[in-house]
Design a protein around this ligand. Structure first.
Ligand SMILES: O=C(O)C1=C[C@@H](OP(=O)(O)O)[C@@H](O)[C@H](O)C1
Ligand SMILES: C=C(OP(=O)(O)O)C(=O)O
Length: 435
């Protein structure tokens, strides 16, 4: 069922966003492989992370889910059991690719598959290095799901990643847990390093020198409780909405600001955004509160090494660019074509419906922003990030808009529209005092 959205003059108030998706996945996966019990607070109850829980339950891991926490009863590095059915990864690329790395090192066979979107996403990128390690893994046409994995001894390798992908890096490192000898990955640019941080926290030796990461296979991993910070990828929608809607001020509490994830803050800063970091804290994963105030944005160039640091935020950055004065160029972002949808094509098409001047390029988009945009009937392509980005856009357009499949936001942010509603109709305190 489609959702109608009307423009709003401002968003004001304080919100928290759900837990980080990447960290939630990893907390379950590594908790399952650890000795002892892992208590996870702030876990993201989004469909993607629930897919990860479901796969590990099928391998005999006892996982308790309550409103307060997720408790993973670890089985140790060699404690997973052969699944009796296919491992279904839903819409989640992270589940599919990271799980493959783990399955490559198991003494049992497994098959994994996901939804229609997952069945189109490239898996050759993980099959290749896992085979170099000795894995017996194959996919449909060598590149697609379903993936079939049979037991085989693994050896450590040194592998230069052809793309800056944390999923690829993590798949190789997780297989490296079961390999004979060290595993080294070399990244073309730094991608999110949650796997490395969590592995270190659980006692594994993981060394990072520049973009070269080396894992020494541990004898065991020791369970450690995980407090998942809010997801900066979810905070991004409120950052951009707060910037482009005049007279807005939003505080987003408890947001993870791992430097491998804060490209969005750097890009928005270059566009003239007023965003402050408050109460910086955290150890394994740095956290802060973010305060955003409406700002007059201008165009910028987003490309090169920053791309993996803001890859999931590019759709909503394209919305910011459509409301910024002048030209924004997004380049080196070919990876956007192989996400839940082709996000370059999707965002170009959807932004164009508003009258925005947007052009698709080989590896990104060129957006000439700053003119008034009008509401339209938007398509989400069953892609949560496109749906949330166009919802933000709709708030700043003239006239009403609709989104065809608002329910798809449940992949990463089930309560997105409720939180958005909570920020509407909160008058500026200055104005309220005049009433
Ligand atoms: O490792 C992760 O948790 C993720 C890595 C990124 O994918 P790639 O590694 O394919 O760039 C990102 O787009 C995804 O949402 C989560
Ligand atoms: C690309 C994404 O996730 P995944 O690759 O895990 O499906 C995303 O959440 O934007």
């Amino acid at each position: 069922m489609s959702l109608t959205l009307s423009p709003v003059p401002a968003l004001r108030g304080t919100v928290t966003v759900p837990g980080d998706k990447s960290i939630s996945h990893r907390a379950v996966m590594l908790g399952a492989l650890a000795e002892g019990t892992t208590h996870i607070t702030g876990f993201l109850m989004g469909e993607d992370c629930l897919s990860t829980i479901s796969c590990f339950r099928k391998m005999g891991i006892d996982i308790e889910v309550s409103d307060e926490e997720v408790v993973v009863h670890g089985a140790g590095l060699h404690g997973l059991k052969a699944p009796t059915e296919l491992l279904y990864t839903g819409n989640s690329g992270t589940t599919t690719r990271l799980l493959c790395g783990i399955l490559a090192g198991q003494p049992f066979s497994s098959v994994l598959n996901g939804d229609a979107s997952i069945q189109k996403r490239p898996m050759g990128r993980i099959i290749k290095p896992l085979r170099l390690m000795g894995a017996d893994i194959d996919g449909k046409d060598g590149n697609l799901c379903p993936l079939t994995i049979h037991p085989a001894p693994l050896s450590g390798i040194r592998y230069e990643l052809p793309v800056a992908s944390a999923q690829l890096k993590s798949a190789v490192l997780l297989a490296g847990l079961f390999a004979d000898g060290q595993t080294t990955v070399v990244e073309p640019a730094a991608s999110r390093d949650h796997t490395e941080r969590m592995l270190r926290g659980l006692g594994a030796k993981v060394e990072t020198v520049g973009n070269v990461i080396t894992l020494t296979p541990p004898d065991t991993l020791r369970a450690v409780d995980v407090e998942v910070p809010g997801d900066i990828s979810s905070a991004a929608y409120f950052l951009v909405a707060g910037l482009i809607l005049p007279d807005s001020e939003i505080i987003i509490r408890n947001v993870g600001v791992n430097p491998t994830r804060t490209g969005i803050l750097d890009a928005l800063d270059a566009m003239g955004a007023d965003i402050e970091r408050l109460n910086e804290r955290g150890d394994v994963e740095p956290v802060c509160d973010l305060r955003v105030r409406s700002s007059r944005l201008h165009g910028t160039v987003i490309g090169g090494d920053i791309i993996p640091r803001l890859i999931d935020e590019l759709p909503v950055l394209a919305v910011a660019a459509a409301f910024a004065e002048g030209e924004t160029v997004i380049r080196d972002a070919q990876e956007l074509k192989v996400k839940e949808s082709n996000r370059i094509a999707a965002m170009t098409t959807e932004l164009s419906r508003t009258g925005a001047d947007v052009r698709e390029t080989e590896d990104g988009m060129v957006i000439c922003g700053g003119k008034p945009l009008h509401g339209a009937d938007f398509l989400s392509y069953a892609d949560h990030r496109v749906a949330m980005s166009m919802a933000v856009c709709a708030l700043a357009c003239e006239g009403s808009s609709s989104i065809d499949d608002p329910a798809c936001v449940a992949i990463s942010y089930p309560t997105f529209f409720d939180t958005l509603d909570s920020l509407k109709n909160n008058e500026a305190s200055g104005r309220r005092s005049k009433l």
